[in-house]
Design a binder for this molecule. Structure first.
Ligand code: MLT
Length: 400
């Protein structure tokens, strides 16, 4: 008889955002006349910028002609995109990486989840708490031991080192869900920790395009020594509206060396190459041309406008909640506002309360981990009209 991966029985039936979607669907079925506003999952509402759309159209045309049609994409990305990434995301920040250290993919969710394929189930894992649920769920699926590193107002959302030396550390900055950041000095402490303890940092930088303040690293490779200890994940989803198009990339520097159980040194870059070429068939050509267009001067100007639009939403949400005497965090360098729930409500109680009384959807903090209990996350990815209406409804509900 077939045997399952028993670890799947330990992680609950529903992925966080699937559970939120299920409850919202149920509510809408019961109250079809009510207008529900979603500030829940961080999904885009603004159109994809013209530079990207033009590139996608052009690439689609190429697919219609025998001379220019493309079949399988290279497993790790077309040179045109890899070179644009290297130039714009790294060289301009003084970081030198080689083309074969970049792995273009269908997004950071897959890569942050799949990276565990090349790591032993015996690794001791440290994950900041609250966190993007993929990190905890996928490590539980593999049966790994996890230590959560609380990030709360008590420590200014700066995690302390784990109690037991961690083999692998997940850091996401700007942070999802709290919207908080680490300065260069704060991140350097983690890089130094990893160098000293031969740990691997999995650095999720999906939200770097939203950084507005100086001294906040956009890439972990801005920190000396990081290439020896860190893998970085990037995404076009939030940067350029690719949530439905699917593109991201992962950086696995060749300096990153791990040990086999026999003590032999092995390159993580080589292992990830082996993994991707076996299990992944490349990101669609059309989509990669769209991603390339993000890096053109026009593309850059256009995506900046959209990011500014979302960050204006963030300002509106944050200031409105602040004016209601709610305690908010984030929302300055990230499109998420993390708020303490009022009147000691649990995260899910507040979720139900907002949905029932004001038809507003957010994400319950406890869904991101135990340190998220008593908090709630709003996203800035709504459209302006809905965002303004949502804060008005909350004001009416909670009073100024
Ligand atoms: C979120 O809302 O946390 C993100 O949109 C989820 C994701 O990027 O997969």
């Amino acid at each position: 008889m077939v045997k399952i991966n028993e670890h799947y029985t330990e992680i609950g039936n529903n992925y966080l955002f699937a559970e939120v979607a299920r409850r919202v669907r149920e509510y809408k079925e019961n109250y079809p006349d009510k207008k529900v506003i979603s500030l829940g999952i961080g999904d885009i509402t603004q159109p994809i910028v013209p530079a990207v759309i033009e590139a996608v159209h052009k690439a689609t045309e190429e697919m219609s002609k025998a001379e220019t049609v493309r079949g399988y994409a290279p497993d790790f990305g077309y040179d045109f995109l890899v070179n644009a990434i290297l130039r714009h995301d790294f060289q301009e920040r003084g970081i030198h990486l080689e083309p074969d250290e970049i792995f273009v993919s269908d997004g950071a969710k897959s890569d942050t989840g799949n990276i565990g394929d090349i790591l032993s189930p015996d690794n001791y894992i440290a994950i900041t708490d609250p966190a993007y649920p993929v990190y905890v769920d996928t490590n539980k699926m593999s049966g790994r031991e996890i230590e959560l590193l609380p990030c709360t107002p008590d420590n200014n959302f700066v995690p302390s080192f784990p109690k037991k030396t961690a083999d692998v550390i997940y850091l996401c900055y700007p942070n999802n869900p709290t919207g908080t950041v680490l300065t260069k000095d704060q991140l350097k402490k983690w890089v130094d920790y990893a160098i000293e303890n031969q740990s691997l940092i999995l650095f999720d930088a999906a939200y770097e395009a939203f950084i507005s303040e100086d001294d906040i690293p956009h890439s972990i490779y801005e920190i000396p020594g990081a290439k020896k200890v860190a893998i970085e994940f990037r995404s076009f989803s939030k940067t350029a509206g690719f949530t439905g198009m699917r593109a991201g990339y992962t950086v696995v520097p060749k300096e990153l060396i791990a040990k086999t159980s026999k003590g032999e040194s092995i390159s993580l870059n080589a292992l990830w190459k082996r993994r991707q070429s076996t299990k992944f068939n490349g990101t669609a050509y059309i989509i990669q041309r769209g991603a390339e267009a993000v890096y053109t001067p026009e593309g850059q100007k256009q995506i900046k406008k959209v990011i500014d639009y979302y960050m204006e939403n963030a300002r509106i949400i944050k200031e409105s909640l602040d004016s209601m005497q709610l305690k908010t965090y984030g929302g300055i360098n990230a499109p998420y506002i993390w708020v303490k729930t009022p009147d000691g409500m649990s995260s899910w109680e507040f979720f139900d309360f907002l949905l029932d009384k004001a038809q507003i959807v957010g994400t319950p903090g406890s869904g991101f981990g135990e340190s998220g209990e008593g908090f709630f996350r709003f996203t800035a990815f709504g459209n302006r009209e809905n965002t303004l209406e949502a804060v008005e409804r909350i004001k009416t509900l909670l009073g100024e």
